[in-house]
Ligand binder design. Structure first.
Ligand SMILES: Nc1nc2c(c(=O)[nH]1)N[C@H]1C(S)=C(S)[C@@H](COP(=O)(O)OP(=O)(O)OC[C@H]3O[C@@H](n4cnc5c(=O)[nH]c(N)nc54)[C@H](O)[C@@H]3O)O[C@H]1N2
Ligand SMILES: Nc1nc2c(c(=O)[nH]1)N[C@H]1C(S)=C(S)[C@@H](COP(=O)(O)OP(=O)(O)OC[C@H]3O[C@@H](n4cnc5c(=O)[nH]c(N)nc54)[C@H](O)[C@@H]3O)O[C@H]1N2
Ligand SMILES: [Mo]
Length: 650
């Protein structure tokens, strides 16, 4: 038995450092590495189960060619030479007919490694393919934050030990920030008050003193009401605002519109509840907001982020240790990923927004029609909005689809060619966490099984086959990681040496945190005073929200799950009015389609709201009901901004 250091590759703020136990060929256990003080020797249940996935019976081990109808999942093994030859022949013919923009790469966050996540971008730039605008997750939040705070980063998780009031705002700690749990418990033991602000009583409620249930899409209005009360009751820090903010007087002049009475119909909150929340926030010594992303996946998500970002400024929280926000931008870029993404090779090719794959495959949004789709470390048939449109697109006979995957995902089932992909223990890469300032280089722990090739290996192979002779494509991931570390402007020579020796390196957040705007000030009215406007919404009576599940990560870990009906949570009074009891089957519907689900009533949910935790495999999942509309700022997903009707299943 041997134990080797590795790192979690998944798209999760925790960025855990791992110890991987093997018997030489087989991974027998995965635990947390105590050398990373935040991971602190333990990892989530998903990661502990990963060895079963790595050595699972359904793992794809060779390239596969489709032998049945698209979507049927019938394939026969072929060699890499045959797979590359087929890609070359089909792409050359398509490029001759339509130009290289007819090829659309589709990738998101199956792996967060600096090399394997980003290397396809360089390849597709060199090829001249269409460009994917990757705004599937929290770009609305980032864009809203940027207008107020510029490139500012926020607190380190352990800084919250200095806070005396923590608002868990649209964040599911046990699911997506598990290592914050012990910190929050410790803070609470010292007397810190913790409140959850969400559309349902997510598992974070167990860490909080109370839950405030808001209507989806109303968070910006709630934040403006808090600002209104703070200003009206003299709870703002005028000295800090005068020295460190611009636009406060302009914003303040608009706040009369946002009294708790005026926003009650939007948020569903009694004015007194908002006043007492505002007073608690205004009187706290060092209030912190742990800000998740769910609220921002909305047509008004960018503006809502601006309103929430104004709160710590209004009370001067950034000047107090433990005051401010955690979870917005928790790490500056520690390495320059353009070394892998090669933006200098990008031409002015057409762009396709990642959220609009369905429309793009139907010929909308594009000048050059898409006739080939190359999917790697993403599962759009499951996770991207408007599943119906995506499945119709993937079923097109005139679409040549290649999917680089580890098992037959919903997307891979529609591929013409499937290429076998690795788990992180089989590759070298450099990981930078996004929930705190951490960086770790990892070597492979075991050899890849069968004919498995990493993202980098496949793109190098295709680059050579296509005659893209840039010497970049002959490099190795190890060599690229070394250069990324050596050229880092954020690390000291000593830190670089530790990273290159394979140690997890964790950095502190400076105090006070520098404000990352050009003038070093928080912008409260630039380009316009912060406001609230309605989300996209829709005509159906219930608002549908997607929330993370504890046992899966988007569609990752589905390889370990048994197929099941999607579970939709509702408010008990709403369910009662529809004649629905806990566990009943119901149909949720809107103009995009219908989903049969099991209704759960065992957790409090805001009135008029339906919550779908996780993404279930197969057709007719929650993303059947999510529109491919974009957010106000950042062109982001609006996954949480849809309406549905609900009826008992007949
Ligand atoms: N176990 C697990 N871990 C994960 C993931 C997972 O799916 N499962 N996903 C990973 C990824 S890709 C990401 S981006 C992060 C996400 O991590 P977070 O940012 O913490 O999670 P979100 O998906 O944004 O959802 C958090 C909460 O937002 C709430 N919410 C939705 N709409 C609204 C609203 O309008 N207002 C309010 N106040 N709350 C709302 C949901 O009910 C949910 O409880 O976690 C990562 N880690
Ligand atoms: N309904 C609903 N929809 C959602 C969400 C939700 O909570 N609910 N979450 C949204 C969010 S926040 C995000 S970020 C997106 C995430 O969307 P995606 O980035 O598509 O994430 P996953 O569903 O985790 O799928 C990643 C796939 O990459 C594969 N993979 C992993 N490592 C590698 C590798 O090294 N190489 C290759 N080729 N493949 C690899 C995995 O097997 C997996 O199938 O989903 C969004 N969609
Ligand atoms: Mo995400």
């Amino acid at each position: 038995m041997s134990v080797t250091r590795s790192a979690c590759p998944y798209d999760c703020p925790e960025g855990c450092s791992l110890l991987v136990e093997t018997d030489g060929n087989t991974v027998t256990a995965i635990t947390g590495d105590p050398a990373n003080p935040y991971t602190n020797g333990w990892v989530c249940g998903k990661m502990r189960k990963l060895p079963q996935a790595i050595h699972g019976p359904d793992r794809i081990l060779t390239p596969l060619r489709r032998t049945g109808p698209k979507g049927a999942g019938q394939f026969a093994p072929i060699s890499w030479a045959e797979a590359v030859e087929e890609i070359l022949t089909r792409w050359k013919a398509l490029i001759a007919q339509y130009g290289a923009e007819t090829i659309l790469p589709y990738s998101y966050a199956g792996t967060m490694g600096a090399v394997h996540r980003n290397c396809g971008e360089g390849f597709f730039h060199a090829l001249g393919a269409s460009r994917l605008v990757r705004t599937l997750c929290s770009s609305g939040k980032s864009a809203g934050w940027q207008t107020v705070m510029g490139d500012s980063c926020d607190l380190a998780p352990w800084d919250l030990l200095h806070s005396d009031l923590i608002l868990l705002w649209s964040a599911n700690i046990p699911a997506t920030r598990a290592h914050l749990g012990p910190i929050l418990r410790q803070a609470r033991e010292k007397g810190t008050k913790i409140l959850l602000i969400d559309v349902y009583e997510n598992p974070s409620a167990s860490l909080a003193d109370g839950t405030i249930l808001v209507r989806p899409g109303s968070d910006g209005a709630l934040a403006l009401s808090i600002l209104q009360v703070l200003a009206a009751e003299g709870l703002t820090d005028e000295d800090w605002l005068a020295a460190h903010a611009t636009g406060w007087e302009t914003l303040k002049a608009t706040l009369g519109r946002w009294t708790p009475e005026a926003t009650q119909a939007l948020t569903g909150l009694a004015p007194e509840a908002v006043r007492s929340l505002a007073r608690a926030y205004g009187r706290a010594k060092a209030p912190a907001i742990v800000l998740g992303s769910g609220f921002s996946r909305s047509g008004n998500g960018g503006e809502a982020t601006r309103a929430i970002a104004a709160l710590p400024a209004a009370v001067g929280a950034w000047a107090k240790r433990g005051g401010g926000t955690y979870g917005v931008c928790s790490s500056p870029s520690l390495v320059d990923k353009s070394l892998v993404k090669l933006p200098h090779l990008a031409g002015s090719t057409q762009q396709v927004n990642i959220n609009r794959l369905g429309p793009a495959l139907a010929g909308e949004d594009v000048k050059v029609p898409i006739h080939s789709l190359y999917v790697y470390h993403a599962n759009p048939a499951a996770v991207t909005s408007d599943q119906g449109a995506i499945l119709r697109g993937l079923a097109r006979e005139d679409l040549f689809t290649i999917v680089h995957e580890r098992y037959l995902t919903d997307t891979a089932r529609y591929a013409d060619l499937v290429l076998p992909a690795p788990y992180m223990v089989e590759t070298a890469d450099l990981y930078t966490a996004y929930g705190y300032r951490q960086i770790q280089y990892v070597d492979p722990v075991v050899a890849p099984p069968g004919e498995v090739k990493s993202n980098w290996e496949v793109f190098s192979l295709l680059a050579r086959a296509l005659g893209l002779d840039d010497p970049h494509f002959s490099r190795t991931p190890e060599d690229l990681c070394r250069e990324l570390v050596e050229k880092s402007a954020a690390l000291t020579p000593e830190e670089k040496a530790r990273v290159l020796a394979g140690e997890p390196v964790v950095l502190e957040a400076p105090f006070p945190l520098p404000i990352g705007t050009a003038d070093g000030k928080v912008h409260l009215a630039d380009p316009s005073p912060i406001t609230w406007y309605p989300p996209h919404g829709g005509p159906e009576p219930f608002r549908l929200v997607c929330a993370p599940a504890i046992a899966s990560l988007n569609s990752s870990f589905q390889e370990l799950a048994a197929p099941s009906l999607p579970v939709f949570r509702m408010n008990a009074a709403d369910a009662d009015a529809l004649g629905l009891a806990h566990g009943d089957r119901a149909v949720c519907a809107n103009d995009l389609g219908e989903v049969v689900c099991a209704v759960a009533l065992d957790k409090a949910v805001a009135l008029g709201t339906v919550v779908a935790e996780g993404v279930s495999p197969g057709q007719g999942t929650v993303n059947t009901l999510t529109h491919p509309r974009l957010s106000d700022l950042g062109e982001a997903t609006t996954l949480n901004d849809n309406t549905v009707s609900v009826r008992p299943a007949g």
